[in-house]
Design a protein around this ligand. Structure first.
Ligand SMILES: [Zn+2]
Length: 490
């Protein structure tokens, strides 16, 4: 009898060791180690998009700040163009459920020059991540965090916090402040009275309100400081939420496809009068407009930086009821919607509305860092100059986040800097000439970032990780689709 126990014990130990070894192999290798702070750029052209351009500068970083900007030594060789780090004003955290890609997401932001992100809806874990990055325990962009989505009943996403009674707004906002969040994210199905109470409570605590104009609320009555995805600008009335996702998407795209010049004028006028900022996320409009060709989205070069299950399982629309039940003509509407969103962005910008660059990372076929660079190209397609597009993602976003001189290159500013061989404010193609990134005073060379990306892709696209994550992804997808179908037939 005792012998059986002993051999059972051995089996358990062996299995445990094998499991631990497998987990070890699935865990990502160390990608980037934060270096000590400090950097010197000897003879650079300092470009502050929308403000100024100074040739022959010497820029010194000490600790987490820009310590000095002086004339370069005479006769020294020009090194390139120094710009403020890019800011993505709308991201969500990585899906951590298959042993974590949060490290990959952080790396991809830095590798593409994104040194600050605003997390517009996530979990408590983003505060820990923010603090660990700030301490230099892990490498990544500076994080501003809005906490979880706040929605009405029934919420669009099951993980939201719901609030149906305006009386609860104060306590909810106070809890956000106590936890250390920087902003509040409001969502689609809030009642007008609850939204008004949340906005009042947030403003009493000096918190920025970020979000979607809820469906029951008219844009001009929302009071949201920073509207995401231009959501709510295309329709003129409030209405009861439409619970069926396919029906809801079709109606929203119809409203966008039918956007009139009068409505554009009204949206511009109201944004100006109320001092509302807009984070359009045109890259998200682009993805919806191409969602009828998922194979092309999966094959996009940037997508090869992510594990395969994102494109082929997590984000695959075919087979899901919200996609399969869409009426014919939906995708033509989506393409008109995208064109009209760009018209609106240009009208808003020309009138002086504060535009932010954001992406909605976490949503289908968006890639950390790469999609923010792409957002700049959509702004240029909309009519902005490359320098104006850069200004939205540096100066304007930095000012809106409220950290003094974030997004600027002046003495005393937070040291978030990018060195380019060619000037990307003249031509966005020069984004690919990125040579070095300084994030919160820590310098990463192009070679360091490239090597880390290569290691990451080798791991996440390697045979072992790929096989295990695809198997887990298949099961998860089957469960999600079964639940969606059950919901649809109810
Ligand atoms: Zn979002």
């Amino acid at each position: 009898m005792r012998r059986v126990f002993v051999s059972l014990g051995i089996v358990v130990v062996v299995l445990g060791l094998a499991g631990a070894a497998l987990l070890g192999r699935l865990s990502p290798p160390a990608l980037l180690t934060p270096p000590t702070r400090g950097a010197v750029f000897d003879n650079v052209t300092v470009v502050e998009p929308g403000l100024s351009r100074w040739e022959g500068r010497r820029v010194v970083v000490e600790g987490s700040r820009i310590a000095s900007i002086t004339a370069a030594a005479p006769g020294s060789t020009p090194q390139g163009f120094l710009l403020p780090g890019l800011i993505d004003m709308h991201v969500h955290g990585a899906d951590d459920s298959i042993d974590g890609q949060a490290d990959l997401f952080r790396l991809l932001y830095l590798a593409h020059g994104v040194t600050t992100v605003r997390n517009t809806g996530g979990w408590q874990v983003q505060l820990e991540e923010r603090d660990r990055i700030a301490r230099g325990d892990i490498a990544g962009p500076r994080i501003f965090a809005c906490g979880g989505l706040i929605d009405g009943e029934p919420p669009v996403w099951s993980f939201s916090t719901t609030l149906e009674d305006p009386e609860g707004a104060d306590a909810l906002v106070a809890a956000h402040v106590a936890a250390g969040f920087d902003c509040l994210k409001v969502y689609e199905r809030l009642k007008p009275s609850v939204l008004a109470a949340l906005v009042a409570a947030a403003h009493a605590h000096s918190l920025t309100v970020v979000g979607h104009v809820p469906q029951r609320v008219r844009f001009e009555n929302a009071g949201i400081d920073d509207i995401q995805h231009l959501r709510g600008l295309a329709r003129s009335d409030g209405r009861e939420p439409i619970l069926d996702p396919a029906e809801n998407l079709h109606l929203r795209l119809s409203e966008w496809a039918g956007l009139s010049s009068e409505r554009i004028d009204f949206a511009v006028r109201t944004s100006i009068e109320q001092g509302v900022a807009q984070t359009p996320t045109l890259v998200l409009f682009d993805r919806v407009a191409r969602m009828d060709r998922p194979d092309a989205l999966i094959a996009a070069p940037d997508m090869q930086l992510l594990p395969r299950f994102y494109g082929e399982l997590t984000w695959e629309p075919r087979g899901s009821p919200w996609y399969d039940d869409l009426p014919p003509g939906t995708w033509e509407l989506a393409r008109e919607a995208f064109a009209n969103a760009k018209r609106l962005v240009y009208a808003l910008f020309r009138a002086g509305v504060r535009i932010h660059a954001g992406t909605d990372i976490g949503n289908p076929y968006l890639v950390p860092g790469a999609s923010l660079q792409e957002e700049l190209t959509h702004f240029v397609d909309a009519g902005l100059t490359p320098e104006q597009a850069w200004m939205t993602a540096t100066l304007w976003s930095g000012e809106s986040l409220g950290l003094k001189d974030l997004g600027r290159i002046v003495s005393g500013a937070p040291a978030d800097l990018l060195l380019f061989a060619a000037d990307p404010t003249l031509d966005l193609a020069a984004l690919s000439s990125l040579q070095a990134v300084v994030a919160d005073g820590r310098l990463y060379s192009r070679a360091t970032l490239d090597a880390a990306v290569e290691t990451a892709v080798g791991h996440y696209r390697g045979a072992l990780y790929d096989r295990v994550s695809m198997a887990i992804g298949e099961r998860r997808r089957a469960a999600v689709l079964a639940a969606a179908r059950e919901e649809a037939t109810r």
